[in-house]
Design a protein around this ligand. Sequence first.
Ligand code: DX5
Ligand code: ZN
Length: 217
Amino acid sequence: MGIQIAPSILSADFANLERDILTVGGADWLHVDVMDGHFVPNMTFGLPVVERICEVSPLPVDAHLMIDDPDRWAPRYAEAGAASVTFHLEAAHDPRAIAADLRSLGARASCAIKPGTPVEDVLPLIDRLDMVLVMTVEPGFGGQSFMADMMPKLRTLRAAAEAAGRDLRLQTDGGIARATVGTVVEAGCDVVVAGSAIYGAEDRAAEIAMLRELGER
Ligand code: DX5
Ligand code: ZN
């Protein structure tokens, strides 16, 4: 089965966002990292910018919310046009309600866990979710080293989804490049985020094709 590739615009040129969005059109999703300077020690942009990104992007937008109070904000990103919205379990007050809100707005409901969060915390929610994001770096910055010790979380999630007969997407984010894409796919990941690997490449379209090929299962 083919994997899906989601280039992260965190590594794009923020003064030329539209230009850089159009250079990754051969991917499957556009991964958009929203950081609030509270949930993570870094800031990017918020709703008005994401709304414009959704308007100019030829790819469906995969919003990754590294923010406090996703109960309040996550539905707003679905309303802004994101086709998929990922909130962090660690910041959520009522994750089931957030997932239900996202689905009722027609968005894919997705929940992320940081490296220190046990996979058992998200397992009871998988029947309400369309995707789980297993972070393979501490969220906040691009260009960090891949944490291979997160792979058992993917295996546990894949087994739990299969046992429940659920068509659950599993995403990984952080440190994914040619050398690591095979490892995450082998562990059960089917949606791969890559920021620096794609935006740092000489030929972004060729890098997307290369990651897709190396992630072939
Ligand atoms: C980090 C972000 C990632 C980031 C990944 O907190 O969530 O999406 O862009 O960057 P790379 O692929 O460079 O590790
Ligand atoms: Zn991300």
